[in-house]
Design a protein around this ligand. Sequence first.
Ligand code: PSU
Ligand code: MN
Length: 302
Amino acid sequence: MTIPMMMSAEVAKARADGTPIVALESTIITHGMPYPQNVETARLVEADVRDGGAIPATIAVIEGLLHIGLEADQLDALGQAQNVAKLSRADMAACIATGGTGATTVAATMIAAHLAEISVFATGGIGGVHRGAEDSFDISADLHELAQTPVTVVAAGAKAILDLNKTFEVLETFGVPVIAYGQDMLPAFWSAQSDMPAPLRMDTADHIAKAQLTRTAMGLQGGQLVCNPIPQDDEIAADVLAPVIAQALDEATAQNISAKAVTPFLLGRIFELTDGKSLTANIALVRNNAQLAAQIATAMKI
Ligand code: PSU
Ligand code: MN
């Protein structure tokens, strides 16, 4: 059988013209940000990709069809829709097969991007090993996807609600290159700096593109995680956020929030507890990642 897949007019034209394409995810729209900022951000991020000389392909499953690039009205509808599924490797095929609608996480977006022959993808922050994973076993499928699907993911690191040390240990075990862009330390999502040195550092989009192409040429499976620090002016310092994250985590535990609901709950509570500052920072970092991804996608073509 063939996969019921649909490219937006803009993406189809880019494919025909050989214009670089950057994949974008949709869980950040449906589960990561409130309406209307989610749709406004998605539009700004798409514009950032275009300004960088590439074409954006926001990915989602709508009524059983895998969309590679959304038309403006589809993006708007998805941003306001209720009860949209949050799709990862385990459930994307089931959603397509049953005619469902779902937003794609980092893992699912990587799978879709690879099917559509798109090798660069921008998001906010990947999922990873949750704090307390020694009891909950809550480890995002995003990590395993990075180990097996050849897509370079540009993020501001892993979300700081996670256990960042364990997240990066797992990535090392899985053989995923973790590349800090332009600095020695790993960023921590809302904060430009963590206390963890980056395993790899690169300062140009060309090097990042060449590293992915070299992996593929060597027969090494999997992608790369590019950790792009949030611009300094937009960051929230890690010590300011630490107590806020701790409070949100305590509330999640007290309310028995589990599985796919954990990350959306935490992001939502941190938004409330910071009077919206976490969202402003999140928007800034995603846009910054889209700009770098456009440069990498362009460099991949040369
Ligand atoms: N980046 C953001 N906000 C988000 C996400 C990424 O700035 O909400 C989403 C991505 O789709 C990622 C998911 O795959 O959060 C992680 O979810 P989980 O922890 O349940 O694996
Ligand atoms: Mn999880």
